[in-house]
Design a protein around this ligand. Structure first.
Ligand code: NAG
Length: 395
């Protein structure tokens, strides 16, 4: 006999499915795939450095997906696969991206989160007006030819564009440009985090942060006693803390147990893992201590993307089409720079709890050793940024 589920329960489940904010299944599929790509990219970048890492994976997915519109054949297939988008119709992707951007950048986000993507061929090639329109309306980006034969002027143009698109936060996206450049993808993002509720600066004090076994730094450690969403992953031995933000976004702080290296966790993390953590979050009373930090990271991602099997775009025989010339350009480089700041700043009128909101002292979670963070949009679970803080006193 199969156990029957009480009807009242079925009703409850249906009710919660209907009442929770739902996102179109094709958009949900896209955001899951983008999260898979985000994690792969993050792992590839972080495996090559011991420093802090910060990537606007959403901006990079957007820029690389915008390139699908000028690729064909095996180059396009490989790009789709590298972006975890294989099986999707490249024709329908621009509209999906437009819808997703509307959700992600809704509300007040636009004031704190700014991004830009630009597709920049050299002057021998040209950008058709239909492609320019697609990049602008569907991907929120820009496309234009640049004279790389005068590298300093081209760099100035790109840096000026990056500044304009990030409220002057991203400076010097590019420095030395190769005069032989055929095609660049430039991506930049800035995000000033506004936790909601925010941390109250009067509780912030300098405390130790254990960079590794031999290095301790002093950092301004913010403090808030409150109800938080928390999960613990027994297999990876990590705590996962959710910190909500004012604009419908949230940050997951992934803190390995004291005897676990952050790199060990990175080897195991996947898009599916992140989704599982989000499902397992439970509300609990906590005292949280989180360092203030500011990250500013820039990357040239050609080599990293090639380790993710996106290779054909960069080869002489890349199938890049509709850009004029006897033969299309090949992609020369992908530049990425993003900045973020985490502090007590607030858009709220009310600040979070202080030191004595609970009658009994709740457990304390002190983020005083290297951690990973994931910033996502809550209704779509869309992963926007991934990074890690090894030393919060460094950018
Ligand atoms: C921060 O905490 C102090 C000390 O408890 C309190 O006086 C102040 O009102 C708080 N600030 C805000 C903005 O809530």
């Amino acid at each position: 006999m199969t156990p029957s589920i009480p009807l009242s329960l079925v009703g409850l489940v249906l009710l919660s499915l209907v009442s929770s904010q739902t996102v179109d299944p094709s958009l949900q599929d896209l955001t899951n795939r983008m999260a898979d790509f985000a994690v792969q990219l993050y792992r590839a970048v972080s495996s090559q450095t011991d420093e802090n890492v910060y990537l606007s994976t959403f901006t990079l997915s957007t820029g690389l997906s915008a390139l699908l519109g000028v690729t064909s054949g095996p180059t396009q297939d490989q790009l789709l696969q590298g972006l975890s988008l294989s099986g999707l119709d490249p024709q329908s992707l621009p509209d999906l991206f437009q819808n997703l951007r509307t959700i992600v950048l809704q509300g007040g986000v636009a004031t704190n989160l700014r991004q830009g993507v630009a597709i920049l061929p050299s002057q021998e090639f040209k950008v058709s007006s239909s492609y320019l329109e697609q990049v602008q309306t569907k991907f929120g980006g820009n496309a234009q030819s640049l004279a790389y034969t005068v590298p300093q002027e081209a760099a100035d143009t790109i840096n000026h564009w990056a500044q304009e698109n990030t409220g002057n936060q991203v400076q010097e996206l590019v420095t030395n440009l190769d005069p032989q450049t055929q095609l660049l993808l430039a991506t930049a993002a800035s995000y000033q985090i506004r936790f909601s509720p925010s941390f109250n600066a009067s509780f912030t004090q300098d405390e130790r942060f254990y960079v590794d076994r031999y290095h301790i730094v002093m950092v301004p450690m913010m403090f808030r006693a409150d109800k938080y969403f928390l999960a613990y992953d027994r297999s990876l031995k990590v705590g996962v803390l959710k910190l909500s933000m004012a604009d419908g976004l949230a940050m997951l702080v992934v803190l390995p147990d004291e005897d676990v290296e952050v790199t060990t966790v990175e080897e195991e993390v996947t898009g599916e893992k992140i989704r599982a953590w989000m499902r397992q979050l439970k509300k609990t009373k906590l005292e949280v201590q989180l360092p203030r930090f500011l990250l500013e990271r820039s990357y040239s991602l050609r080599d990293v993307l090639q380790t993710l099997s996106i290779t054909r775009l960069f080869q002489d025989d890349a199938d890049i089409i509709n850009m004029g010339g006897a033969k299309g350009p090949k992609l020369t480089q992908v530049h990425h720079k993003s900045v973020m700041s985490v502090d007590e700043s607030s858009d709220d009128i009310t600040t979070g709890g202080g030191g004595s909101v609970f009658s009994t002292l709740p457990p304390r979670l002190t983020i005083n050793r290297p951690f990973i963070f994931i910033i996502y949009q809550q209704t779509s679970s869309s992963v926007l940024f991934m990074g890690r803080v090894i030393d919060p006193t460094k950018k």
